[in-house]
Design a protein around this ligand. Structure first.
Ligand SMILES: Nc1ncnc2c1ncn2[C@@H]1O[C@H](COP(=O)(O)OP(=O)(O)OP(=O)(O)O)[C@@H](O)[C@H]1O
Ligand SMILES: O=C([O-])CC(=O)C(=O)O
Ligand SMILES: [Ca+2]
Ligand SMILES: [Mn+2]
Length: 616
């Protein structure tokens, strides 16, 4: 028996040593691996590199090129065309970033400026290397800005965006559920009073202007002043994020959008909220239909005409551009694009809707209209039904389609018990805005409103297990108008005839609950046309007429559901329990509420059921 290094046997022959030297040999230098059972500290597999840099370079495998290389095709040819394709892409991005007053802007390069090349340098490699092909706009009057590089981080993955956020953006953390916690800065809600729309010869006639309209005018020149401010700001940075994505799951009415932003938070938010193109779709993306310049960290100049604060969110429909200055709240981008859809879609006789949408197992579709905070996301996310979308839809001649690729849920007081699907969607990849968490465990406290009431989670729609992909469905059977009544006036549910539906759709009563819009601290009675007046572009009657026509031709039934206070106002009674609202909604979906007995209320003439058959 040999003791060796602990390999003792009991001597009964049931155990034998592998062949090889009995005594371990201490080797130095060129010891080969796996030479027979020698057990010492260094015997594990070793890496086949000679420097640490080489080791690090092994870690990342090159991504598949966006242009598929044909099997058996000439590899050299394919490689050239991939480079060519990337050059075209950079040219397009460079055009987006170009200043309109200087002849040359910065040189646009792809990749992270902090990423070292194999030779240890950080300056871009000229004319070689697929990840760092360079595009420099036509030379003209030279300024310092034209001598610098702007690195473009193009359609990064969530993992890459996490790293960018955590490395460079203060207030970015990974929470214990895997989400990326971010801070949106001073603004934690939209700023509708700072929204401006360019009034030109076309929009003058087409859009809704004046009292009650969300479209506060600015002229073309002022837009260009703000655009230049945003572009110069973005170009002054070492790097910008560019997202090329789609809006609208209806393939015939899909819109290509480009978002240029300065923060990984913004890029990940839009990655989640817009429709994510496949590699192949990206390859043929071409020129975007609409571009957002988000320079939210940089204020607008208050000496500029039409500016009433340091925040400005500017829409120019003719140029198909939006500029954001002075607010980092990501919801501005989402709702800015929604405004664009509210303009483009009705032109195609398609109705755009601020609504959630889901579908039962039998294909029955329900729309959930409602102002911010009334329960569109909460109630369209229903474990027993397929989720088509939570916030923005189109209703065409053939049915409904979601405009977005993700959901934006309020998470104040979120609980696993009451909203399990939303709870579980908050995981790796999800952006968690303005939440508070334990400094050590990183566990989120959804009840903590220290930063804002309007805490939010933005996640791709497929994070909801029963999402319907593609997010389209047939014509709606039920149209549910949600109102969060803070004054205890509305009954929990009533059935509406078409005239009542139009009345409610146009008046859009709800109580604005704190949070989503800047400055709202306690429930305020609001009348918001089309349940989202802040985003409509045309006169409310245009949308209402289309809705009436569609509901009539499809025989949809409308309901008014109060998700607020009943039998006692805010501060006195309690908000209607979510479980109770869900039962009402279930009874609408199943058809049982349609069969109930109704009595007419004296004041509004609402048809309210005398009893609700509660299932389950
Ligand atoms: N009876 C109820 N019905 C619906 N939601 C309720 C009810 N009681 C409390 N809530 C809470 O109200 C909030 C509704 O927010 P939700 O995100 O669904 O609003 P939304 O209509 O999607 O708004 P937005 O357009 O701003 O995204 C959630 O926080 C939900 O938990
Ligand atoms: O836009 C936002 O910030 C959130 C939202 O969905 C709304 O207000 O309707
Ligand atoms: Ca929502
Ligand atoms: Mn909304």
């Amino acid at each position: 028996m040999s003791g060796g290094n602990g390999n003792a046997t009991n001597g009964d022959g049931g155990f034998s040593f592998p062949k090889g030297p009995v005594m371990p040999k201490i080797t130095t230098g060129a010891a080969k691996r796996g030479n027979g059972g020698v057990c010492h500290d260094d015997s594990g597999p070793t890496v086949n590199v000679s420097t640490i840099d080489e080791l690090h370079s092994l870690q990342k495998k090159r991504s598949a090129p966006t242009t598929p290389i044909n099997q058996g095709g000439a590899a050299a040819f394919a490689a050239v065309s991939e480079e060519e394709r990337q050059k075209i892409q950079l040219q397009s991005i460079s055009a987006s970033l170009a200043s309109l007053t200087r002849e040359s802007g910065p040189k646009v390069v792809r990749g992270d400026p902090a990423e070292k090349k194999a030779d240890g340098s950080t300056t871009p490699a000229y004319a070689h290397g697929q990840h760092h092909s360079i595009f420099s706009p036509a030379t003209g009057a030279v300024s310092d800005s034209s001598l610098k590089f702007t690195h473009v981080l193009y359609n990064l993955s969530p993992a890459e965006l996490y790293e960018q956020a955590i490395k460079y953006e203060k207030g970015s953390f990974i929470t214990s559920n895997g989400a990326l916690a971010t801070l949106s800065g001073a603004k934690t809600g939209r700023a509708p009073r700072d929204k401006r729309v360019v009034r030109d010869a076309t929009t003058e006639d087409e859009l809704w202007w004046g009292k009650g309209s969300p479209n506060i005018e600015m002229d073309e020149h002022t837009f260009m002043v703000n655009r230049e401010r945003a572009v110069d700001y973005l170009n002054s940075l070492d790097k910008v994020f560019v997202n090329d994505q789609y809006l609208n799951w209806d393939p015939e009415n899909r819109i290509k959008v480009r978002i240029v932003s300065a923060r990984a938070y913004h890029s990940l938010f839009m990655h989640n909220m817009c429709i994510r193109p496949t590699q192949e779709e990206l390859e043929s993306f071409g020129t975007p239909d609409f571009t957002i310049y988000n320079a939210g960290q940089f204020p607008c100049n208050r000496y500029t005409h039409y500016m009433t604060s340091s925040t400005s969110v500017d829409l120019n429909l003719a140029r198909r551009e939006m500029v954001i200055l002075g607010t980092q709240y990501a919801g501005e981008m989402k709702k800015g694009l929604f405004s664009v859809m509210h303009y483009l879609m009705p032109k195609r006789r398609i109705l755009s809707l601020h609504s959630g949408c889901n579908m039962g197992k039998d294909g029955d579709v329900a729309l959930f209209f409602g102002l911010s905070g009334t329960g569109k996301t909460t109630l369209s996310t229903d474990h027993n039904r397929y989720l088509i979308g939570d916030d923005e839809h189109c209703w065409t001649e053939t049915g409904v389609s979601n405009i977005e690729g993700g959901c934006y849920a309020k998470c104040v007081d979120l609980s696993r018990e009451k909203e399990p699907d939303i709870w579980n969607a908050i995981k790796f990849g999800t952006v968690l805005e303005n939440v508070v968490f334990d400094e050590h465990t990183r566990e989120v406290d959804y009840t903590d409103k220290s930063v804002t009431e309007n805490t939010r989670a933005a996640y791709p729609i497929e994070f909801i297990p029963n999402a319907k992909i593609p997010c389209v469905g047939p014509h709606p059977k039920n149209v549910i108008l949600l109102a969060c009544d803070a004054f205890g006036v509305l009954p929990p549910v009533s059935k509406l005839n078409l005239a009542q539906t139009m009345y409610h759709f146009i008046s859009g009563y709800t109580a604005l609950v704190a949070g989503t819009e800047d400055g709202i601290k306690e429930p305020t009675a609001t009348f918001s046309a089309c349940f989202g007046a802040a985003f409509i572009m045309l006169h409310p009657t245009k949308y209402a007429a289309m809705l009436a026509e569609k509901m009539k031709s499809q025989g949809a039934t409308a309901w008014l559901v109060n998700t607020g206070w009943s039998g006692g106002s805010y501060g006195v009674g309690n908000r209607i329990k979510l479980a109770y609202t869900r039962k009402i909604i279930d009874a609408i979906h199943s058809g049982s509420l349609l069969k109930a007995n109704y009595k007419k209320t004296e004041i509004f003439g609402f048809e309210i059921p005398t009893e609700i058959e509660v299932v389950g």
